[in-house]
Design a protein around this ligand. Structure first.
Ligand code: ZN
Length: 437
């Protein structure tokens, strides 16, 4: 017993030391001179602003002409840059690596790679996100890597590895026949990339387990396979019943947390909304009834547009037709949802897209389909923070918020593609990268 206590004290002391070396001291001041400021919330930009940071929080934002700088503060000159809040990607998979079919696709991760390899690659993915100015990710399941996301989050929070703030969802939930690995011999008891349940009792139990082991969000797959139907429409196989989903949602809401539902369209989407999902992921094929219900229920929409332009199969194959149909209906659904006033957050499905590619490629897709650049930036800042119940804390440059800050050397409102070249990143009051010196 005594030995156990000693171990515990050592562990706590070690953790505290890591935390202390990670966060700047409370009394230390840093000042950023911002040439142009997009604060993440307001419609208009401000010029020549001074952001005072105390420790890991923003202390004040004021006009550069009159601002009083705290004595002894370190001054970072971003007076020729556009400064904005650190970005938030609300749909990633740090445990996936692009799933190139030529490299074994999705299945090789689970069938061949040891968990340590997958964790090492997830560590690199987390760093890639931070380098690109993404200081927060909602990571929507580990794809067979269990509770690995909880471990990576602990490593980041402890200061052992660099990375964004993570909101993790652990294993995800689907049903028998409702998730990969698919199409192996039925005699094999083959491993699955999500936790499969049948019936409301199992569904609730899976949610309890995942929440108990550190899930910040619960991820549910409400559709799985998809194909082009008889009449040329996109058909999606539904998974959980409304009763099963309601058990998950009821349990998760009881813990004060939220449920993200992968749903393409049709029966599965309807069940997702009837069951009370908090966010619809992908939502390729939103009909008018779904849009009306999302508006009424305040459901978030995380469209992940860019991901569907990747890896199309040849046009004369059923898969290739499906791939093209997915994009065709998505390009109708997104503008409809936008004009109806659905709450939209920026999400990419990175991991499905290789982490070597720019995360910000989603911005021009949103803008091409009718969103203003400022709204696209808000969908990756204050709007996402609202969904994450972190309003005023993340995704905004205002007093009291965490000092998560990114900057580019140009005007992203004129050319949103510029967000692919973030030159300055601060997370939690600490400069991670500065190419604007
Ligand atoms: Zn995904």
């Amino acid at each position: 017993m005594k030995r156990l206590w000693c171990l515990l004290i050592f562990a706590l002391a070690g953790n505290m030391a890591a935390q202390e070396s990670n966060s700047p001291a409370l009394h230390s001041f840093t000042v950023i001179r911002a040439g142009t400021l997009i604060d993440g919330k307001s419609d208009t930009v401000r010029h020549n602003q001074v952001i005072v940071i105390r420790g890991n929080r923003i202390d004040s934002v004021s006009d550069g002409a009159t601002a009083k700088l705290p004595a002894g503060a370190e001054v970072i000159d971003l007076s020729r840059a556009t400064v904005m809040p650190g970005l938030i990607d609300s749909h990633t998979h740090i445990f996936l690596q692009g799933e190139e079919p030529a490299q074994g696709g999705y299945d090789v991760n689970i069938l061949k790679y040891p968990l340590a390899l997958r964790a090492a690659r997830a560590t690199v993915a987390a760093r890639r996100a931070l380098e690109q100015g993404f200081t927060t990710l909602r990571d929507l399941e580990t794809e067979g890597a269990g509770y690995g996301d909880v471990g990576i989050k602990q490593a980041i929070d402890g200061g052992y590895i660099p990375g964004p703030r993570l909101f993790v969802s652990t294993r995800a939930i689907s049903t028998t026949g409702g998730y990969m690995l698919d199409d192996y011999a039925p005699e094999l008891d083959i491993f699955k990339g999500a936790q499969l349940v049948d019936g409301p009792v199992e569904a609730r139990k899976a949610a309890r387990e995942q929440l108990d082991h550190g899930a910040d969000w619960i991820k549910v797959y409400m559709t799985h396979r998809s194909w082009v139907g008889k009449h040329g429409e996109l058909v999606s196989q539904p998974t959980l019943t409304v009763e099963e989903l309601k058990a998950v949602v009821d349990e998760t809401h009881g813990w004060g947390k939220k449920v993200a539902c992968h749903a393409y369209g049709g029966i599965g989407l309807r069940r997702a909304l009837d069951g009370g999902c908090d966010s619809i992921e992908h939502g390729l094929d939103l009909d008018d009834a779904a849009i009306a219900q999302m508006l009424k229920q305040g459901t978030w929409y995380c469209p992940t547009l860019a991901a569907y332009y990747h890896d199309w199969a040849p046009a004369d194959t059923p898969q290739g037709q499906r791939d093209r149909k997915r994009v065709a209906v998505h390009e109708v659904s997104f503008p409809k949802a936008l004009h109806a006033g659905i709450k939209i957050v920026f999400g990419t499905d990175m991991g499905g897209i290789p982490w070597t590619e720019p995360i910000a490629q989603e911005f021009p897709r949103m803008v091409e389909l009718g969103m203003s650049p400022m709204d696209a930036i808000r969908s990756a800042t204050s709007r996402a923070a609202e969904m994450l119940d972190m309003e005023g804390q993340l995704g905004v440059i205002s007093p009291g918020a965490f000092a998560d800050i990114a900057a580019v050397d140009g005007d992203p409102l004129r050319d949103v593609k510029m967000l692919e070249n973030v030159k300055f990143v601060m997370k939690d009051g600490k400069v991670f990268k500065n190419e604007l010196k």
